[in-house]
Design a protein around this ligand. Structure first.
Ligand SMILES: Cc1cc2nc3c(=O)[nH]c(=O)nc-3n(C[C@H](O)[C@H](O)[C@H](O)COP(=O)(O)OP(=O)(O)OC[C@H]3O[C@@H](n4cnc5c(N)ncnc54)[C@H](O)[C@@H]3O)c2cc1C
Length: 306
């Protein structure tokens, strides 16, 4: 069911970026997973077969081909799975800022207020109450990531939404070894990605709720493994970050109209794919809010499926 929206995700970003002249942030550099040894690579067979069955391109690479693609990687990696058609965001912050600017140019505004409750007129929401005031609303779109469950409660219904928290840290050094694309070290489930401001090490799924303070010990413990994977990588940590992946029990987002509240639209729960699917979901929500029929069947993504 996710395959009904994921394959067009990059196209949606490219189309939105083209419309707003946003350039140079999203690049078709592919997604590479590497393994040290036949056994661990063989364990990914079902995953690779599933990707192919769903129509995506995944190539198997041997040690020599890996070295040609990413010469700086440690030679102890013997097997790779490469998805050449995947796109890579070199700076999520810059992409987000560029989209925000595009919205402002179109007449949108960012208020920076915290929604605390809603007022109804019959079945429809008429007012959004925030910590700083009140806003009349023709339509309401709930896209508050992992916090969307709390917003839905304010609207009078529940969704089983939790957060898979994840961590990254940036190793920023001008003499970092060069990577050309994000690389997943499959045996240890971490990603090394060449961002605009250094090599980013990402890992972890932590079930600790939204409000727990971050615990950076685990991601810091991955640094020696990252240095083994990418010899010459320094240890100058220039930034640490924790984020909340908004996750549902079946790993699918909630996209659609809220049941019984015709002017409330839902777009959250994208888990590990929230950046990937942001533009795609945006187009679907734009269709719904504008009264057009979206090009995708939304039944699998309905809040009522739980
Ligand atoms: C370590 C890590 C790595 C990841 N890597 C990838 C990746 O490679 N590719 C990918 O596609 N995804 C990735 N993700 C997932 C992606 O980051 C999320 O799915 C995405 O950020 C969710 O976007 P969102 O807009 O739904 O929610 P968010 O980005 O969390 O935004 C929610 C917004 O709602 C606001 N909000 C909350 N409560 C209220 C309220 N009461 N009133 C008003 N506003 C409110 C918040 O302030 C926030 O601005 C990663 C996540 C993590 C943690």
């Amino acid at each position: 069911e996710l395959a009904s929206i994921v394959p067009s995700a990059a196209e949606a970003h490219l189309s939105l970026m083209k419309a707003h002249r946003i350039e140079g942030i999203v690049k078709p550099l592919g997604w590479l997973k590497v393994y040290a040894g036949e056994k661990s690579f063989a364990g990914t067979l079902e995953e690779r077969q599933t990707i192919e069955r769903l129509g995506a391109n995944v190539q198997t690479l041997n040690q020599d081909e890996l070295r040609q693609l990413e010469p700086a990687l440690s030679p102890h990696f013997t097997h790779g799975a490469f998805q050449p058609d995947n796109h890579f965001v070199t700076s999520p912050l810059k992409l987000t800022e560029a989209y925000a600017q595009a919205l402002i140019v179109l007449g949108g505004r960012f208020l920076g207020e915290k929604v605390t409750r809603f007022e109804f007129d019959g079945a429809r929401v008429r007012k959004v109450i925030t910590d700083l005031g009140m806003h009349e609303a023709d339509n309401v779109v709930v896209c508050a990531g992992a916090w969307s469950g709390r917003i839905c409660e304010m609207l009078g219904f529940g969704v089983p939404l939790d957060t898979e928290r994840g961590y990254h840290l940036n190793i920023g050094a001008e003499d970092n070894p060069k990577l050309s694309r994000p690389v997943v070290v499959g045996d240890h489930s971490f990603v090394l990605a060449p961002m605009q401001d250094g090599i980013r090490l990402t890992s972890g799924i932590e079930f600790a709720g939204i409000d727990a303070p971050p615990d950076f010990r685990r991601i810091r413990r991955m640094v020696p493994l990252a240095q083994k994977a990418l010899p010459g990588l320094g240890d100058k940590i220039t930034r640490e970050w924790v984020g909340c992946r908004p996750s549902t029990p079946d790993s699918k987002p909630v996209i659609g109209v809220a049941s019984g509240i015709p002017n409330v639209f839902l777009g959250f729960g994208h888990g590990h794919l929230g950046l990937t699917l942001a533009a795609r979901t945006g187009y679907v929500l734009a269709d719904l809010v504008s009264g057009r029929v979206p090009s995708v069947d939304l039944m699998p993504f309905s809040a009522g499926r739980f």
